[in-house]
Design a protein around this ligand. Structure first.
Ligand SMILES: Nc1ncnc2c1ncn2[C@@H]1O[C@H](COP(=O)(O)OP(=O)(O)O)[C@@H](O)[C@H]1O
Ligand SMILES: [Mg+2]
Length: 483
């Protein structure tokens, strides 16, 4: 006890015998050398731990030190120059290797440091760091995969936390980490992946994609995904609904699909039946549709066209019944794509009740029975309000482009789509940056993916028409177009 100084007496002296006792905890002063020793040991442990965890850095430092010891400063200068030269050579010779070995790891490391620096504050302030037994528990920052435009950040949840808690605070997270937007993807139980978008990968107009030499009806290329990959649409065995406000770029999806199927149209494996009630969109390709399918613009003609398709489809179903469960397109029984632009114009807004009912009935029959026998309906819709969307459930696949109100994204893509990142109302109205941008739910993933259709210009459509309606009748993909 002699080593300690300070107040040893726990009860405060009080002259008054009736006063309530006042207690004060005794103070023990730790000798300075113990503090130094403990801090030194902690530092040492941290340095050793750092060295163990960064073997590459250790090796590099080792090489520099050995060179310096053996050859002095000139040796180090030579070493640095050789390294730089090697990196430059690699960059020029194999840019893909350079990206994989240098750019990507460095970028991931850098982004990890950025998130790590702000992690605690952002989690605590946005309310994602709950208190447990009086202590703050933080979700664990895991791997950071940094892409050119977006980062995928793996987060281990605090026990008892739900991914929804993150989804509800997506906006706080985005602002907290200084990125444009944040989407939540569920990975495994107990783990979420934050998709933090640093810059809009789809801000630039994508020129029309090359016409594939052999179209795959299960994967028709029409644009790009936000992660840079090709965005392909499946038509075989499904139906597709494209919803978007006026000027959202629905046309570029319809034309993108036609473009991707062009060689199959020319060879007779695919027929396109175009219904164009507004006479605005598909009229450009009228010659093409009339040669490799049908074209109708007047609502009465459209009703006739759809009803003819229904009876053909039923005849085909009878023929194939019990023989074939999956339709393979042949020239005798081609794959039929019914394109309907502005479908609400034919259904919800159609003044003629009889016509409207005929069209609705035909669409419902085609969509419910056509999948297995090679009939596919692709419909574009401007106004996704409930009454218009009576037909929505007939379409297994949906794409939501720019929409006027936040709630409409859920109407098109299903409940919770907007919370999971389908912010259709935030797509820019400026055609240069926003037309053709939309969200889809891919088969493999419940989370919506942001995509942009390539822009098929009037000139492209003209070239396509010329390509397939050539008097010689031979379809030859141009040299650069194949692929
Ligand atoms: N994928 C796209 N990329 C860039 N601009 C586009 C794209 N699609 C359409 N646009 C532009 O946006 C405008 C509106 O497109 P449109 O297809 O007519 O919209 P909607 O049919 O949805 O009303 C077009 O005039 C065109 O210039
Ligand atoms: Mg249109």
């Amino acid at each position: 006890m002699r080593d300690f100084t300070g107040e040893q007496i726990a009860q405060v002296d009080n002259a008054d015998p009736f006063a309530a006792p006042v207690w004060r905890s005794p103070v023990h002063r730790t000798p300075e050398w113990i503090i130094w020793l403990v801090q030194l040991i902690r530092l040492l442990v941290r340095v050793i731990w750092f060295l163990i965890r960064h073997p590459l850095l250790d090796a590099a430092a080792g090489v520099v030190i050995v060179t310096w010891a053996e050859a002095g400063w000139p040796g180090v200068v030579v070493l640095v120059n050789v390294t730089v030269a090697a990196l430059v050579t690699l960059r020029l010779w194999r840019p893909d290797w350079y990206a994989r070995l240098v750019t990507v790891p460095l970028r991931c490391r850098w982004r990890w440091l950025v998130y790590r620096r702000r992690w605690q504050a952002v989690m605590a302030i946005s309310g994602l760091a709950p208190l447990y037994r009086g202590r703050v528990t933080l979700p664990v920052l895991g791997k950071v995969q940094a892409g050119p435009c977006a980062d995928l950040v793996t987060v281990r949840l605090v026990s008892g936390q739900s991914p929804q808690a993150f989804a509800d605070r997506a906006e706080q997270l985005a602002h907290g980490f200084g990125v444009r937007s944040c989407r939540i993807r569920t990975a495994r139980p107990g783990v979420v992946v934050l998709e933090l978008v640093r810059r809009d990968a789809l801000a630039a107009v994508i020129p029309a994609l090359p016409v594939p030499a052999v179209p795959d009806l299960r994967a028709l290329p029409v644009g790009r995904r936000e992660d840079g990959g090709l965005f392909t649409i499946r038509l075989h065995g499904t139906h597709l609904l494209i919803a978007g406000a006026t000027g959202a770029g629905k046309g570029s999806y319809l034309w993108g699909l036609v473009r991707a199927m062009l060689p199959a149209m020319a060879s007779g494996l695919v027929r396109v039946h175009a219904c164009d009630p507004k006479l605005m969109e598909l009229a450009f390709g009228r010659a093409m549709f009339e040669k490799f399918g049908k074209y109708a613009a007047d609502p009465a003609d459209i009703a006739d066209l759809l009803e003819a398709d229904v009876s053909d489809m039923q005849a085909r179903a009878v023929r194939f019944a019990g023989r074939q469960r999956d339709h393979q397109p042949t020239t005798e029984h081609p794959f039929v794509v019914v394109l309907v632009d502005e479908v609400a114009f034919l259904t919800a807004y159609q003044a003629d009740r009889k016509l409207k009912e005929r069209i609705l009935a035909a669409l419902a029959t085609l969509t419910t029975q056509g999948r297995a026998v090679g009939y596919c309906v692709v419909a574009a819709l401007q106004d996704p309000r409930k009454e218009v969307l009576n037909i929505r459930n007939l379409f297994p696949d949906k794409i939501a482009l720019r929409l006027d109100e936040p709630a409409q994204a859920d109407l098109v893509l299903g409940d919770g789509a907007r919370d999971r990142g389908a912010r259709c109302d935030e797509i820019p109205a400026d055609p240069a940056t926003g037309a053709g941008v939309g969200y889809v739910r891919l088969e493999t993933d419940p989370d919506p993916v942001r995509v942009r259709a390539s822009f098929v210009t009037d000139d492209d459509i003209g070239a396509m028409t010329a390509m397939v309606t050539d008097p010689a009748g031979e379809f030859v993909p141009a040299a650069g177009e194949a692929g």
